[in-house]
Write a protein that binds this ligand. Sequence first.
Ligand code: FAD
Ligand code: NAD
Length: 404
Amino acid sequence: LKKPNVVILGAGYGGLMTTVRLQTMVGVNEANITLVNKNDYHYESTWLHEASAGTLHHDRVRYPIADVIDSRKVNFVKDTVVKVVPEENRVILENGELSYDYLVVALGFESETFGIKGIKEYAFSIANVNAARQIREHIEYQFATYNTEAEKRDERLTIVVGGAGFTGIEFLGELVNRVPELCREYDVDPHKVRIICVEAAPTVLPGFDPELVEYAVNLLERKGVEFKIGTAIKECTPEGIIVAKGDEVEEIKASTVVWAAGVRGSYVIDESGFEAMRGRVKVDPFLRAPGYENVFIVGDCSLIINEETNRPYPPTAQIAMQQGEVCAKNLAVLIRQQGELQAFKPDLKGSVCSLGEDDAIGVVFGKKIWGSKASFMKKMIDNRALYLIGGSSLVMKKGKFNFF
Ligand code: FAD
Ligand code: NAD
């Protein structure tokens, strides 16, 4: 019998979880498993706000993929996926081509600009390790330059964060701790620094527990954040942003604009002709793309509906990893042609939003938590994600142990 070719695209939470689970389930003689990723490292997307603010070194956020895959069973290909041709069971890479019997698309998220003018050109987004490094370095450069110029340009010290969702708030939580350090390092008067968060919805963290939202807003305001709520970013320019609150339009001059106002699935989904909404494919209960029984889609490129609310589940690492586990089981069933496919059902344990390294808010197993307890919980969640993929040795290498 011919060994089936299983190709997994993307080594983020979904793709890597699929790979490490599958390699424990099938033998060397049962399948050829190929994992494709742009880089030879995995990064914890959920820690990127820390690398972006400069509170955590970018090397802490990533680890070699070789550390967690079994090279006897998995062939790793470092390349960029251009598109999938699902009718022909082929994947086009920048430097080659692969054919598959079973495919897993786990190419993750990109920033969604909603077509707003100037965002792509002039704003930064917390999208991957290199984007995070660029944000950190750009901010540092503004502080370093401020005092060297004869004519002081205060907008160098203005940082705008677009969007007060989880990403925006977690980034602000890091930034308010980083800015005092930058002020000391570059002899900048802290009073000159402005950190502005612009949120289109009537509240910060729309949909989250209002008491916890108030806790977060109070903390961030105390540390210097100005919130502009019910205010939408309409345009980004080389000088800053244009916002509107009702009919009132305002220009804010800022040398740094970080766009954290939305995500979408990978452009590869659109390039490949899958039926999708913002790069996310509504998958069947077994995580397969409609019309293609041998194509699984997991993580932020997939869309599943929460039947209780009739709305899509938010794209999270929590769901991506759970999907990876089910996807691996389903692949094993197909490879062996024995057993039944498992339907995916998310098992949501809650969510915790960090507010810097020693504070957080969250709802876990239905209970509200905040302060150091929530911060401890957040680090445990981060460590658990490492554990699920790379076991205790990965936790020892990369884990967060700075609890108090
Ligand atoms: P990703 O983690 O995005 O991985 C995709 C992988 O594919 C990457 O390795 C990438 O390099 C690779 N890739 C992409 N395109 C190509 C290509 N064309 N060719 C080859 N390789 C490619 N979720 C939570 O549940 N909890 C949190 O606390 C949390 N915190 C977050 C904090 C921040 C700052 C951000 C931005 C997101 C956070 N999320 C959180 C959301 C979470 O990060 C995503 O839902 C999750 O990363 C999705 O996993 P994924 O496997 O789909 O993709
Ligand atoms: P999001 O879509 O959740 O939030 C974006 C925010 O930007 C929204 O509040 C929206 O109202 C606002 N917005 C949109 N357009 C705007 C505009 N023109 N001007 C001003 N504001 C605008 O995106 P996110 O925060 O990047 O989160 C993405 C996903 O990742 C979510 O599923 C989230 O749950 C997950 N995530 C989870 C955590 C965590 O669990 N700790 C952390 C980060 C991200």
